[in-house]
Design a protein around this ligand. Structure first.
Ligand code: FAD
Length: 294
């Protein structure tokens, strides 16, 4: 199918992108990598009259470590996946990106596009929730920072206003001395498909390999990525790699979930998958467990 007619405008700067959004009101959309928006337009599920293309807007695709890890919104997913700076500062993101679609899509799709699109089954939003990341948005009133926990509102809806551009994602620094573990795991019908259920785990450990802090976030089980707070609380003080503690955390993470049923998987299947994936991801993230990572 072909999209409805539209006007394509290239933004030469972030300020110009914001001005164009303001000028064209309800009928305008940002175009980044186009890997979600263009299929929606081809199916006529989205019919914006104007596209503001930020794919080549200068200053939006940098990846830098400047205290925090800073990933520009239009950094291609493949560039983030290959970045040594990202692998060192936030290995959970490198891990999660391997599950995002296929190389051809990742070569065009942007990091920020995946975040702004706010697909409940996408991998990056849950990984960013587990990393306590912040989204930086620029609008007519200037810049504001939105914590990941407040950013995802419901299916395909973020806290971005219609006239705001997501410019950057910031992941807080960890101290070089901090011992951490991270893992992203998911179940999908085929590799590269969206997750039926995905789990992002980020652990910090004390000198005795006890878990000092745990963050567990799930995708595919609700309209937004969810933190498994009861599981996180129960993990603190347990030994990393303890199978019983990981199993109990899996049970707690799935407790109270009310995931959707669809043609791909029933709600019951998603609950069972979440239970198992949380346990497996915790063990894989634990440096002391067989197969665990430092
Ligand atoms: C076959 C296929 C398989 C896929 N599989 C997966 C998968 O397994 N996991 C996964 O996570 N994704 C998957 N995707 C989606 C892919 O990751 C997209 O690239 C991503 O969701 C959107 O990024 P984009 O840069 O292409 O954004 P676009 O398609 O250009 O935009 C998507 C939406 O976000 C808005 N937007 C984009 N950037 C900004 C910004 N900086 N500020 C404000 N609004 C913005 C746009 O206006 C639009 O509404 C798949 C896509 C395809 C085609």
């Amino acid at each position: 199918m072909k999209p409805a007619p539209f006007v394509h405008l290239s933004a030469g700067s972030i300020d110009e992108a914001v001005a164009l959004l303001l000028e064209h009101g309800d009928d305008v959309k940002i175009l980044a990598g186009g890997q979600s928006l263009v299929p929606l337009m081809n199916m006529r599920l989205a019919q914006p009259a104007v596209l503001v293309d930020i794919g080549r807007t200068p200053g939006l695709d940098a990846i830098a470590v400047d205290g925090a890890l800073r990933i520009g919104a239009t950094a291609r997913q493949s560039a983030v996946l290959r970045s040594p700076a990202v692998a060192a500062a936030a290995p959970l993101l490198t891990d999660a990106l391997q599950w995002v679609s296929h190389p051809a899509i990742r070569n065009r799709g942007t990091f920020g596009g995946s975040v702004a699109h706010a697909d409940a089954a996408a991998e990056l939003p849950s990984a960013l929730l587990a990393l306590d990341a912040e989204m930086v948005a620029r609008g007519p009133q200037g810049e504001r920072t939105i914590p990941a926990g407040d950013f995802f509102v419901t299916y395909f809806t973020s806290a971005l206003e219609e006239d705001e551009v997501l410019t950057e994602v910031r992941v807080p620094p960890r101290s070089p001395a901090e011992r951490t573990g991270a893992k992203f795991l998911e179940i999908a019908r085929r590799h590269g498909d969206f997750a039926l259920v995905g789990v992002a785990v980020s652990l910090s450990l004390d000198a005795e390999d006890a878990i000092a802090g745990a963050r567990v976030a799930l995708c595919g089980v609700a309209d937004v990525p969810l933190r498994a707070r009861a599981a996180e609380a129960a993990l603190v003080g347990t030994r990393a790699g303890d199978v019983a503690a990981a199993t109990e955390a899996g049970r707690l993470a799935a407790e109270g979930l009310e995931p959707p049923s669809d043609v791909h998987a029933s709600a019951r299947y998603r609950v069972d998958a979440a239970t198992t994936l949380v346990r497996r991801a915790l063990l894989a993230a634990s440096p002391t467990a067989p197969g665990g990572e430092r």
